[in-house]
Design a protein around this ligand. Structure first.
Ligand code: MLT
Length: 253
């Protein structure tokens, strides 16, 4: 089973981390739980303290692991959230079994699949991970993850989390991301509440991608100032407030 940590009480939200991270990438939310939310953060297979992964790890396989975790926690349904790759997993889970999804929280992610050139780039990245380890990927990704004003301490902890990932698992997830489905149909069909969050300075999955997802789900769109790809780390207090407001509005009736 996946390793996980949970904090807070209220509406269950399973929040899935991005690539190449771990549940620990939600440390500000661990330290200051979101009001009204039972915040459950798994480590995906191959990441954090979860069992290892090799080969190709599809978004569907990761979604099945999350569904198994929900069953183990006696959660027939929950809000499912994800940051970037975690969002791909949340959408794959919704395709797998929408009856277990009370609502969606999609953060700095995208509904579209990779095109051919993006797939080829993923394979180059996977091979480089296998040959050279995490170093080059960390150097390439780090500048894109956080906003210009974010403190060096946050960068340092994030880089430490990435450096602890096994390159074989990172390569497996990279190959899995290349195979992911286009999820626009899933979002268009989804009838539950949805919150779409994006950092205004995100260059990996920019605000246009979030806008498209919010249009498809007819959900709430929040564009966060002074944030890039990981707004929960760039603007933890504002991020928590956005989520608290969304859940409070749902339970107000
Ligand atoms: C992530 O942050 O999870 C990745 O950048 C997503 C991706 O590479 O598509």
């Amino acid at each position: 089973m996946l390793n996980f940590k949970e904090v807070g009480t209220g509406v269950p939200l399973v929040m899935i981390h991005g690539f190449p991270l771990a549940g620990e990438a939600f440390w500000p939310q661990w330290e200051s739980p979101i009001e009204g939310v039972r915040f459950i953060t798994p480590d995906l297979r191959g990441f954090g303290q979860s069992p290892p992964s090799t080969g190709t790890q599809t978004m569907e396989a990761m979604a099945d692991d999350v569904l198994e975790l929900m069953t183990a926690l006696a959660l027939p349904t929950a809000f499912i959230g994800g940051v970037s790759m975690g969002g791909y997993v949340a959408m794959a889970l919704t395709r797998r079994d929408p009856s277990r999804v009370r609502g969606l929280v999609l953060v700095d992610t995208q509904a579209t699949a990779d095109d051919e050139s993006a797939r080829a780039r993923r394979e180059t990245t996977a091979k480089e991970l296998e040959l050279k380890g995490m170093g080059p990927l960390i150097e390439a990704m780090s500048p894109k993850l956080l906003g210009a004003r974010t403190s060096p301490d946050v960068y340092a902890r994030l880089r430490r989390i990435m450096s602890e990932v096994n390159p074989t698992a990172a390569a497996a997830a990279t190959r899995g991301m290349a195979l992911r489905d286009d999820s626009k149909d899933i979002l268009a069909r989804f009838g539950g509440p949805s919150l779409i969050v994006v950092g205004e300075a995100d260059t990996i999955t920019p605000p246009e991608k979030a806008k498209m997802m919010a249009e498809l789900t007819r959900g709430t769109l929040e564009v966060m100032a002074d944030a890039a790809h990981l707004p929960n780390l760039d603007q933890p207090a504002a991020f928590n407030a956005v989520l608290a407001r969304f859940f409070a509005a749902l339970t107000a009736f």
